[in-house]
Design a protein around this ligand. Structure first.
Ligand code: ADP
Length: 165
């Protein structure tokens, strides 16, 4: 049977840290579904369609990766896609408490889906989507933090915001 894992997140936008985790996950699983959460609660900068498209363009060269959006309990989505594992990235101790809580809750409500934690390359451990948005908003260069398609979108988004101000 094909072993599928789901890598859920907001991906607002996808960074090289996320991409690093995806590259590691495909070494362990037959198929990895990167699932962007619609997450209206987090008021993302990019729409769900923009986020999905940026992920698609950024992982095009990695085999056995699928990109999708979801708007339900992640565990329900895992069951729907017949996934056996949930991938999460751990950057630092600061991620641990929240991730630990999520993993235990997910185990409680969807016992058969195992949470798997992967660590990115050291140079990506300090990267976060929110930091990147902040740097880009002030016109800083984010090229060493995000895949090229994201860089273009970020520049576009900032020009758009400036025009409407
Ligand atoms: P969420 O809203 O679910 O936290 P994110 O898109 O911020 O969504 O992150 C998705 C997952 O990727 C989380 O497990 C997060 O810890 C992990 N992650 C985020 N940034 C990095 C990074 N630079 N390196 C490794 N993992 C990361």
């Amino acid at each position: 049977m094909e072993r599928t894992a789901i890598y859920p997140g907001t991906f607002d936008p996808i960074t090289l840290g996320h991409r690093d985790i995806i590259e590691r996950a495909v070494k362990i699983f037959d198929r990895v579904i990167v699932a962007a959460a619609k997450n209206a609660g987090k008021s993302p900068l990019f729409t769900i369609d923009e986020r999905v498209e940026m992920i698609r363009e950024s992982v095009r060269d990695i085999p056995r990766v699928e990109v999708d959006a979801f708007d339900s309990l992640i565990i329900d989505y895992c069951h729907k896609r017949k996934a056996i594992a949930l991938i999460r990235g751990l950057r630092a101790i600061s991620d641990f408490e929240y991730e630990f809580q999520m993993a235990l809750i997910n185990r409680k409500i969807g016992g058969d889906v195992e949470s798997v934690f992967l660590m990115p390359k050291e140079e990506y451990t300090y990267l976060s989507s929110s930091m990147i948005k902040e740097i880009a908003a002030y016109g800083g260069d984010v090229s060493c933090f995000v895949p090229d398609p994201v860089k273009r979108e970020l520049i576009g988004k900032n020009t758009e915001t400036k025009e409407t101000e």
